[in-house]
Write a protein that binds this ligand. Structure first.
Ligand SMILES: [Zn+2]
Length: 172
């Protein structure tokens, strides 16, 4: 069930600026609705993607996060999906933006529905990438990007990323 607290700070219509009124819709779900133009605020999980890249030496590609959440921690190349992207396109773009590398989708690893301190819930999609090309270089929102031996990995920032690595038997 959607709780009232989920809409804390959601007060005004994004379309017309009128104050939103919290009310029950036809399906009996609580949603902020605009009394002037009818716009409804739907709170949904935010889709994100993460990329698993393993090189020929059996090392895993990780990026050191420059920004929160989890700044300073190592994580998979990852990011939120933009409205114009397919999940596959988002994975391709995030890998390129954060590491300078180009890759192809090898296969879809699976999804992880996790808690987010900012968005309440994030739906993460994991992709195994292959045919990696380009020069490894940390992008704007990464402090560092490098390969780690799989038997000597640092702490991985997100449960979703840990889950994808467990599904591939990279993490135990
Ligand atoms: Zn409105």
């Amino acid at each position: 069930m959607i709780k009232k607290e989920s809409y804390e700070g959601i007060n005004y219509c994004l379309r017309c600026g009128e104050k939103l009124l919290l009310s029950y819709d036809r399906e009996d779900k609580l949603r902020p609705q605009c009394q002037r133009c009818g716009w409804v605020f739907y709170k949904n999980p935010i889709p994100a993607v993460a990329c698993v890249v393993v090189n020929e030496e059996n090392q895993l590609l990780l990026v050191k996060r420059r920004f929160d959440p989890q700044s300073g921690f190592w994580a998979l190349p990852s990011g939120y999906m933009e409205i114009w992207q397919t999940p596959e396109q988002a994975a391709f773009d995030e890998l390129q933006e954060e590491t300078g590398l180009f890759g192809e989708i090898d296969f879809f690893i699976g999804y992880y529905s996790g808690f987010s301190p900012i968005y309440e819930r994030v739906l993460s999609l994991g992709f195994k990438m292959k045919n990696i090309k380009g020069k490894l270089q940390a992008g704007d929102d990464a402090e560092d990007a490098r390969y780690f031996d799989i038997d000597n990995l640092p702490e991985i920032a997100f449960w979703s990323h840990q889950d994808f690595l467990k599904k591939l038997n990279i993490l135990k």
